[in-house]
Design a protein around this ligand. Structure first.
Ligand code: GUN
Length: 284
């Protein structure tokens, strides 16, 4: 079998057109969705991500502000900045780029963001709401994966989904979103015994381990859907996912490439969440 490639870039572009139209409508009502992104320190990958987020905001007609703070910024100063943004009516979404420098507690920072402006969907209130099936901001990468599947008309209910990786940003929440849509979910991670035993039974595999080419053809059932969340560089410096694309794409039914798979969806769902937050202000 040769897999159908799920074109995340194209699906993201379509979603962005829809978002831009909604942004325009909101602007006519006098509200411009605004996103504040905070970058602490100078992690190269983080800088690339936040630059992309800013550019996408502007492309969609949203207001965007990038706050760059030095590596040695104290936790107290960062929390004060977040408090200021929590009270700023021009800002509907606040994103603090992770990872943060070691001397700053990520959980303290995440919990200081108003749940109403937590467009990353990382605040325990939003996570709790997601777990109990209530309306909330959904974490952008997991949300993007669900939208990719929906756009590709891949049904989820009753499917066996194996999530490889258990990060707070991707692995844990994506499993929950699949469960919310009536899938049977197995979580695998670095201590899982006999990974292949689990993955080879999966109808849908989500690879989110952060190791280049980790999932091989032998891990995958014929015709399975393979979602690759990895963004790694191989020995030659080439961008590659967690899935050995060349061999797995000969066996899977559907596969997301890297780049142009899950990545473009993450930023798109951040824009969606910022728009949603701005729309929510109409209700108050
Ligand atoms: N670092 C890597 N991914 C993300 C993300 O989705 N949000 C934030 N805030 N930081 C990240």
């Amino acid at each position: 079998m040769t897999a159908t490639i799920i074109n995340g870039k194209e699906i993201a572009s379509q979603k962005k057109v829809e978002i831009a139209i909604e942004v325009q409508k909101l602007k006519e009502l006098g509200i411009t969705p605004g996103l504040a992104v905070i970058l602490v320190g100078d992690n190269h990958a983080s800088r690339t991500y936040v630059t992309n987020k800013e550019k996408t905001c502007r492309d969609l007609g949203m207001y965007s502000v990038l706050i760059e703070l030095p590596e040695e910024t104290s936790q107290e100063d960062l929390l004060a900045k977040i408090e200021e943004l929590n009270g700023d009516p021009a800002i509907h979404g606040i994103l603090v780029q992770l990872p943060l420098p070691k001397h700053i507690s990520e959980s303290k920072v995440i919990e200081s963001i108003s749940p109403l402006k937590d467009v990353d969907g990382f605040h325990p209130i939003n996570i709790g709401r997601m777990m109990t099936g209530q309306d909330s901001f959904l974490p952008c990468t997991p949300f993007g994966i669900m939208v990719l599947l929906e756009a590709t008309e891949i049904s989820v209910a009753g499917k066996h989904v194996v999530v490889v990786g258990r990060s707070n940003i991707v692995g844990k929440p994506v499993g929950q979103l699949f469960l919310n849509q009536h899938a049977t979910v197995t979580y695998c991670h670095s201590r899982t015994k006999d990974l292949q035993f689990h993955t080879s039974q999966a109808d849908i595999i989500v690879a989110a381990v952060g190791i280049a080419n980790f999932i091989k053809a032998d891990h995958v059932k014929e015709g399975a859907v393979v979602i690759d969340v990895g963004i790694n560089r191989n020995e030659a410096g080439k961008l590659c996912g967690d899935v050995a694309f060349d061999e797995v794409s000969k066996k899977a039914g559907y596969i997301t490439p890297v780049p142009k798979g899950v990545g473009p969806m993450t930023i798109t769902m951040l824009m969606y969440n910022t728009l949603k937050s701005a729309k929510n202000t109409l209700r108050f």
